[in-house]
Each structure stands twice: as C-alpha cells, then as structure tokens.
Design a protein around this ligand. Sequence first.
Ligand SMILES: *Cc1c(COP(=O)(O)O)cnc(C)c1O
Length: 394
Amino acid sequence: MTNHMKFLDEVLDDLREKKIFRELTVIESCQGPRVKIRGKEVINLSSNNYLGLNTHPKLKEAALKAIEKYGVGSGAVRTIAGTLDIHKKVEERIAEFKKTESAILFQSGEIANQGTIPAIMGRDDVIFSDELNHASIIDGCRLSRAEIKVYTHCDMDSLEKLLKEYKGTGKKLIISDGVFSMDGDICPLPSIAELGEKYGAITMVDDAHASGVLGRNGRGTVDHFDLHGRIDIQMGTLSKAVGCMGGYIAGSKALRDYLIHFSRPFLFSTSHPPSVPASILAAIDVLENEPEIIDRLWANAEFFKKGLKDLGFDTGISQTPITPVIVGEASLAMKMSDMLLEDGVFGQGIGFPTVPRGKARIRTIVTAAHTNEDFSIALEKFEKVGKELDIIQK
Ligand SMILES: *Cc1c(COP(=O)(O)O)cnc(C)c1O
C-alpha cells in the first residue's frame, strides 16, 4: 500500500477498537428461511425476502426460459439497443398492477431514487424529506442540488411548518419512505397527499419495504391507504418481497417519457439481463394469484413480534414485518448478533450511521416461508442471549 492510502488502515483500526468492524457474512446456500453460514444451518431473520419468492418454482422457470430465448445479457443501455420486448412488457405489467398510467424499470431501487429525484428536481427547487428516509433518497436529494428541508420523523406539523415557511418559487417535493426500513413503521401518506395538494408540492413515496407487503396483493402504501391518483411518484423495489432485482417508478405517462430523456442511470447504465424482467412478470402473477402467501407473512410477523415483546424486548414502533430489537449501543448489538449466530440464529446487528446513535439493534424480518419450529427456536435463543447480556430481565 502506498503512503497516501494509509488512512484506510487508520479508519479501519478505529472501527476495530470500537468493536464495530464487520466482516461480510457469507451465505453458502440459497436465501431461505434457513441458510448455511460457515457450514452450519441457521435460522435466517435478516433477509428482505418477505415472501420467499426468490426460490418460487414459477419465477425460476420464467428466468430459465428467458435465458434460453434471449441469453444472459441485454447488451446495451435502454436508449441505444437495450430495450427488449420483455423490458417493455414488465413495465406495462407493473403499471397495471400499481393502477398507474405508466411505469419505468431501473436496475435497482437505489438507482431508481438516484435516477429520478435529480432528474425532476434542481438547484432552484426544494425537497421536504423525512429525517429517517433511506440513504438512497438522501443521495438522490443531494445529487439534485436542490435545497433540502428535513422534517421530524412522520411529524406532519413539522412538515407543514417547513412548507409554510418556504417563500421560494421553485418546485417543491415531499418525499418519504412508505415503510421505514429500520423501524417498520408506516408513513402518514394520507396527510402527505393532503399537504402536497394544499401547498402545491409534488409527492413521492419509496415503497421498497411495502412492495409485495402492504396493500391489496402487495400493491404498496398508495393502495393500502386508497390514495390512487393522489401521489405523483411511486417508487418501489423488485429486489425484496418481489424476490428478483430492480426498482421501478410508477406514475403518469409524462413522468415515464421525461425520465427516459433525463434520468442518468437510465441513459448511461445497461438494462437488466432478460431473465430479470421475466422473473418479475412471474412474481406479479404469483402476487395476484397466490395472495395467501402475503397473509402468511403477516400472521408470521405478528406471532414473532408478540413473542419478542412477551420476552420483554423493545421492538419500537413497528407496524409491519420489520421488527427491530433495540438494545442501545452498537457494540452490544454486534455482540448479541454474534452470540445469536453462535446459537444458530442469524439476526444482523445494525448501528450508526444506518440507525441513530444509541438506537443500535438486531433488525429482524420474518418471512412467509418460516415455520413455527423456526420461531420457537429463534425465540428461545433470543431469550437466552438477551438474559446473558442483561438486555431483558432474568
Ligand atoms: C432497500 C431499499 C432501497 C433500495 O432498493 P434496492 O432494490 O435494494 O436497491 C430503497 N429504498 C428503501 C427504503 C429501501 O429499504
């Protein structure tokens, strides 16, 4: 290493000293309710694979068929020669599913945010952003160079105060996670729609954790609150509950046409391999035809959440299958995570900057694919480790 790269070791040594340095956890099996880590089978409470769709036979079959027909790569960016009929078809299908005029596909949810916010907002504009919004929203806002006004988490008085105070003439955008990824609470979207209407602001919701989870057949927060036609931009991911990969923006036809011309990742990065839109199409079929999988997810989530609460853990304000076990210091969360893994339960420890300081946690997500046996083992281990670390009473 050259001398001018020495800062890497200095920073990393500091993380090691604070006991928050992490190695990546390598999964040696498919991403399922149980996974193999370092040769051992463990219960997996750390994926976003809410519905277990990543291994659904219909999705796998669709991907394989697409590989046979199209091969494994798309060969170009969308505006040059990388739009295959299957990319167009999946966008039409997403729009129909979301009940919007149009939809546009991105390589990931992160890229959908980074590609959309700076395309529609610029230097003279203002963005009103929830303080706990996802990093990809924050990055998208920063890339836009618009003024950013952060409102208190889900606090509509705080949002309205900022809207009222703003005297500029630029475009206004209110943006929020639909379901907050670290706490599992749902944003007050009906009030956001009202404030957008009252103050002439564009409204955008990030449904990464609501896609496939909330609303009829997993249509997301707009459907959950019956706000069709009242939120301008719906972003979602196809990488979590939908089991595949990708992000989308659903809204008006003009929005899609505009993004095709101005969204930089759309213009400058190659489109998905054809197997990806093929498996997304199959996933939407499953959401429409097998909604009992979503019911099972919610029943499992309620059961596990109640189990953790009954043991005395602080599970915060979650209203969805994302259930944090909040312990305080990051080093304690990492220790708890390591001890759980030792006992056969994989729950990732999460600390600052992903969550605020002092709010470090094990963030759990159960899936529709977990069994009662998985839950009774997991709860038993949480109890044991929680008592050993004095997080819950003995
Ligand atoms: C995961 C996530 C994203 C990014 O989605 P990917 O498809 O994984 O890139 C964006 N926003 C929120 C709120 C998320 O939780």
